[in-house]
Unconditional design. Structure first.
Length: 91
């Protein structure tokens, strides 16, 4: 069985401090790039809009008349009346 010897010497011998510092440096650089991107995004978007303008789509208005709404409401009312008609008292 291998005897694992724990200690600061093993960390120094295996370049653990260097690896840890490089890892922290890489994470710091990535977070710095992300934060710079977030800060510069409002300034870049107007420039990008000049190069690639947003297309405005004209949507045709829906042709709905008040009579259509009245017919739909009448159909819903009739369906509810038929559903609840069984529970009404008989005359």
């Amino acid at each position: 069985m291998n005897n694992l010897v724990l200690g600061f010497e093993n960390i120094v011998y295996a370049n653990g401090v260097t690896i840890a510092l490089m890892g922290m440096l890489i994470v710091f650089a990535a977070l710095l790039i992300i934060s710079l991107f977030i800060v510069l995004l409002p300034r870049v978007l107007p420039l990008l809009e000049k190069i690639v303008p947003e297309k405005h789509h004209q949507h045709a208005p829906t042709s709905s008349t008040p009579a259509d709404h009245e017919q739909v409401l009448a159909a819903i009312g009739y369906a509810l009346f038929r559903k609840n008609a069984e529970s009404l008292p008989a005359k």
